[in-house]
Structures are given as C-alpha cells and as structure tokens.
Design a protein around this ligand. Structure first.
Ligand SMILES: Cc1cc2nc3c(=O)[nH]c(=O)nc-3n(C[C@H](O)[C@H](O)[C@H](O)COP(=O)(O)O)c2cc1C
Length: 242
C-alpha cells in the first residue's frame, strides 16, 4: 500500500539499522532514503522495470561504503604518515569491498526485520546492482561506494498479511554439519519440490524449455538482467580498483 510510513516508525527502522553489527565498528555502509519521486520513477525502470518501486512509500538505498573511512584516514594525514614511514599508502581492495558489503547487508536486514516486527512489509531489490553507471550518476556516488541493495517498505494489504508463507527448500539441502555437502543428481531434482508450486503454478508454458530446471536456468541464471548485473559489478570493481 502506498500509505506513508509514520515518521516515528521510520525513525525506529533507521535506529535499528544504525545498531546493526558492523566490522570493527567502522560502519562501512551508508543509507540513502529516496524520497524524490523522479528518482523513484527512474529506479522503477533502471532496476529491471519493477513499477512498484515508484509507489513504495519508503525506499532506502544501501551502499557498501569504504569512502568515508578512507577519507577519514586522509583527513588525519595517514597518507603522509605512510609516506614518511616509507610505506605505500594503501587503498581499499577487494577484501575491504566485501567487508563493506557485509556491513551494508546486515544493516539492511536489521531494518527489514524491525519493519516486519511492527507490521511493515519490505522487499529487496537486487537489481540495484545493475546499471552501475546510471545509479552512480543518480545518487552522486564516489569511487569507494557500491549500491549493494535497495529496500522498499510499505504497509501490506490485508490479503498479503493473510497469505501463507512462501515455502523455502527442504532444510537438508541448506544446513550441514562440519563440512559442505554436494548432492547427487537424484537428490537435486527434488531441490525445488516445495517451491515449484508457488513459483510456477498456472504457468503452463513453463516446461517449454524441457523441464523445471531448464526453465529456472533460463529465467533466473541465463537471463538478460543477470548478465547486466555481472557487467555492472565488473565495471564497479574496475572503478574501485582504478
Ligand atoms: C538479494 C535479494 C534480491 C531480491 N531482489 C528482488 C527484486 O528485485 N524484486 C522482487 O520483487 N523481489 C526481490 N527479492 C525477494 C523479496 O525481497 C522477498 O524475499 C520475496 O518476495 C519473498 O518473500 P518472503 O521473503 O516474504 O518469502 C530479493 C531478495 C533478495 C534477498
């Protein structure tokens, strides 16, 4: 529903995100509330054409952000200090990037869980990782940031509240002890047994490609949006390393 989120509730959500666990207490993430309707309209297109983004009353962009800490080091002269010590001044690398991603996603999920606890629904938009150049321009993103996820919040319709939980895989496929387990084909063909109905019911064309596995491969893995995501992430990493 597009009913606005009460400002006290919104503040509660941000408070929870701000209390999220963070590596070295460095808070390697930033949150941009997207309140400008023209930006929401653009996101609804750039994130693989998902019109509900434009209607969501609260949209929050989560950035993996090493820029702030890196600027902080320089503000204290760490670059000159390193030079004086005869050491190369270090710039954020892949490991730092992944750590910042951890921080950003933990903050996002803290906000999503808090929202759920007060009856506000949320939806992640993974497609924000696409179109890196467009999003960088839209939100004025500096080099050591990356838009890792977007969360849309809203009050659910009554019908949504009553809907049954969307099934997940059988736990045996996901939970292991002490060591990773790979599955034989005979087990793997049952991976989506529980989710198949929810995902593909009423879509008679679904088996056109041969079987559910081929359909899933084509729709989720070999899809254009997924290829764009890879291109976009590569471009961002190249920029990060430049
Ligand atoms: C990384 C990630 C990316 C997602 N991207 C999208 C998306 O772009 N569009 C969408 O409708 N749902 C997306 N989802 C799914 C929703 O957030 C939500 O999990 C899904 O609709 C299932 O609902 P449930 O979690 O209540 O079972 C994404 C979820 C995750 C974790």
């Amino acid at each position: 529903m597009d009913k606005p989120i009460a400002s006290a509730d919104k503040q509660r959500l941000f408070n929870c995100a701000m209390r999220a666990a963070t590596a070295g207490n460095m808070m390697l993430y930033s949150m941009i509330e997207v309140s400008d309707q023209s930006l929401k309209d653009k996101l609804a297109v750039s994130c693989d054409n998902q019109p509900f983004i434009a209607k969501a009353p609260l949209v929050v962009l989560f950035l993996a952000d090493y820029q702030r800490m890196f600027d902080y080091y320089q503000a204290f002269g760490a670059d000159k200090w390193a030079e004086k010590q005869g050491r190369k001044f270090r710039r954020p690398q892949e490991g730092d990037f992944f750590l910042a991603i951890n921080d950003a996603l933990i903050a996002a999920q803290s906000m999503a869980t808090a929202a759920d606890s007060i009856g506000i629904g949320s939806c992640y938009i993974g497609d924000i990782m696409e179109q890196y150049e467009t999003h960088r321009e839209m939100f004025n993103l500096p080099q050591y940031t990356f838009p890792i996820t977007l969360l849309c919040f809203g009050y659910p319709h009554h019908a949504d509240l009553e809907r049954r939980l969307i099934p997940r895989f059988d736990e045996k496929f996901v939970r292991f002890e002490n060591s990773y387990r790979r599955f034989e084909d005979a087990d793997l063909v049952h991976l989506m047994d529980r989710t198949e109905d929810w995902q593909y019911k009423g879509k008679p064309h679904m088996y056109e490609e041969g079987n559910i596995g081929c359909y899933q491969y084509q729709r989720k893995f070999d899809a254009d949006y997924n290829k764009e995501m890879t291109r976009s992430v590569k471009a961002a990493l190249k920029n990060w390393k430049a």
